[in-house]
Design a protein around this ligand. Structure first.
Ligand SMILES: Cc1cc2nc3c(=O)[nH]c(=O)nc-3n(C[C@H](O)[C@H](O)[C@H](O)COP(=O)(O)OP(=O)(O)OC[C@H]3O[C@@H](n4cnc5c(N)ncnc54)[C@H](O)[C@@H]3O)c2cc1C
Length: 538
């Protein structure tokens, strides 16, 4: 296989030109090409007056490759061998019972997929509903403000990432190609094949819902079993080993049932606070970890488009993302997180009397605004209420709850919003300027200075003002802020050893909630890693 990099197309040029560009680079004719495929695509907009799409393609030719290289073809052409993810040799682990996976977010689902494919017939427990029901519950919440604490933006089939931008890019190193496997599985379940080569792949909520249904059917067809509206509420531990899990029907309430299990995967996500509490009481080794909190900011997508791609080409290029970072004068890092081009700010709460926000978009990213969370890292030292983090692993979780109660109070249960200029002047907003908020859920103008500790407010102001010099209008008076962005990652890390087992044998902490992932792809990859660990033990 021959890999060619740095093939450039102007925005107005179509991908049908790629073949002729390949032939030109290899100095061969189209009839010598057996097959070719795009393996990377990105936008280079450093020169605003001349942005280009940059491609990497892999080509199979009828001509002898040796011939090529004998004549020297330069740095942009090289030979590659196709590498694929390999699931490790199955040690045929003896289990008395089916493995149980708690949570059907990306971590639980991909772990379930691999264990089903290996013939272990896992049981997947999910406190929320299947995606169809979940969609109704979420729409109902956004319309009426009536929260279902068991089925919402955080809880339900697909986990936290279902109502999201579905961004799949990740910074994790991927020597075993698990990340590539995750993308390939998403494509086989109905996601667009462009996610395999796009430098910033995203699925979008509208497509993700169908992908999840297909994945469920595939896992069931391989012997996996789903139990929705089923919450793990307690564990049975015998001689330091898990022997089962107690479950409760979250829809019908009622009696607690028991499922025997000698392998239990905990893929419960960053928002399962009652489950963290239960695990803490079960003395699972865990500790508080740093995460980031802040406020979400909205700007017109058209403003970001021009700033990133220039007047002339802005309209020809996909909705532009941005990533900004800065250091505040007190040394804290402040940065943009989970940026959603052409997206919405969503009420992503999961507990009564608490308000948390996040961002989402559909595949087309055709919303009028862009939004991102402007966040500041907080560490155990910041969780001030006497719950010193050294002794209480849940101090961060309680810190999040305090911020969310502040937000709920200021918004009176709706998403509290404010104009950036008023935020700077610590003054309540009463209505929009030119930028109209695009919130999924009710919103309410107020003064957000009452949510976060003052040093964090100052860091956010320093950051936004600084970026206003890089992205024109970023610090405009009428940019819209929403609060509070408190669930950027898990406030807890559940310890696990090299075999991925916790301090209680047979329990496998997995994904974002356990503190081993941040985002859809890395959570899915961690699910695959845990499945590998489970089947590798005799
Ligand atoms: C609105 C929003 C937008 C996001 N956008 C993106 C994005 O664009 N790209 C990205 O990479 N990441 C995004 N994220 C983050 C991403 O969703 C998470 O990192 C990822 O889903 C973590 O996967 P997970 O499987 O570890 O946990 P989760 O996805 O949180 O799944 C955990 C599951 O466990 C279930 N559960 C919890 N407790 C129990 C229990 N006791 N019994 C039974 N079930 C239980 C929950 O209901 C949930 O379904 C977003 C998150 C949100 C909330």
């Amino acid at each position: 296989m021959i890999r060619i990099t740095q093939i450039k197309l102007r925005p107005e040029e179509g991908e049908d030109l790629l073949l002729s560009k390949i032939c030109k680079k290899l100095k061969i004719s189209e009839k010598d090409i057996e097959s070719w495929q795009i393996t990377k695509k990105s936008i280079d907009a450093r020169k605003k007056e001349a942005p280009v799409f940059v491609y990497q393609v892999d080509v199979k030719t009828k001509k002898q490759e040796e011939l090529f290289f004998k004549h020297g073809k330069g740095p942009e052409i090289r030979r590659v061998t196709e590498a694929r993810y390999q699931f490790p040799k199955d040690a045929r682990r003896t289990m008395q019972h089916r493995p149980v996976i708690v949570g059907t977010g990306p971590a639980g689902l991909f772990c379930g997929y691999m264990l089903s494919q290996a013939g272990y017939g896992p049981v997947l427990l999910e406190r929320g509903g299947p995606v169809e029901e979940r969609e109704e519950a979420v729409e109902q919440f956004w319309k009426t403000g009536v929260l279902n604490p068991e089925c919402n933006v955080q809880f339900g089939e697909g986990g936290a990432g279902t109502f999201s931008d579905g961004k799949l890019n990740t910074l994790i190193k991927d020597p075993f190609l698990r990340g590539k496997k995750v993308l390939e599985l998403f494509v086989s379940m109905g996601a667009g094949s462009e996610i395999l080569y796009d430098s910033k792949p995203h699925i979008g909520t509208d497509v993700l819902k169908q992908v999840l249904k297909n994945m469920r059917q595939k896992i069931e067809s391989m012997g996996g079993q789903f139990h929705f509206h089923t919450k793990a509420t307690n564990l049975e531990i015998t001689d330091g080993k898990v022997s089962g899990v107690y479950i409760q029907d979250t829809k019908a309430g009622g009696i607690t049932r028991f499922i025997a299990a000698d392998v239990l995967v905990l893929a419960t996500g960053h928002s399962a606070r009652d489950t963290f509490q239960m695990l803490y009481e079960k003395r699972l080794n865990m500790h508080a970890k740093a995460f980031a909190v802040g406020l979400r900011i909205e700007h017109p997508q058209s403003m970001i488009q021009i700033s990133q791609y220039g007047e002339k080409y802005g309209a020809l290029l996909p909705p532009a993302p941005y990533k900004v970072t800065a250091r505040a004068s007190d040394g804290r890092g402040v940065y943009s997180f989970c940026m959603c081009p052409g997206g919405y700010v969503v009420n992503a709460s999961s507990e009564q009397g608490m308000t948390a926000v996040n961002g989402m978009s559909n595949h087309a990213r055709d919303g009028r605004n862009s939004n991102s969370a402007i966040v500041v890292t907080v560490s155990p030292e910041d969780f001030e209420d006497g719950l010193s983090a050294n002794i209480n692993p849940l101090a961060g979780m309680e810190f999040q709850r305090r911020l969310e109660r502040n937000a709920w109070r200021l918004g009176n249960g709706a998403v509290p919003i404010q104009l950036y200029g008023d935020f700077k002047e610590n003054r309540k907003s009463s209505g929009p300027g030119e930028v109209l908020p695009d919130t999924k859920g009710q919103n309410c103008y107020t003064n957000l200075r009452g949510i976060l500790p003052e040093p964090l407010n100052r860091a956010i102001i320093e950051g936004v003002d600084f970026w206003g010099r890089k992205i024109l209008g970023f610090d405009r008076y009428d940019a819209i802020l929403s609060g509070v962005e408190s669930r950027t990652s898990s406030p807890v890390r559940i310890e696990r050893n090299d075999q991925m087992e916790s301090s209680i044998a047979g329990i496998y902490p997995c994904g974002e909630g356990a503190g081993y992932a941040g985002g859809i792809t890395s959570a899915a990859v961690d699910g695959i890693r845990v499945a590998e660990a489970i089947i590798s033990i005799k």
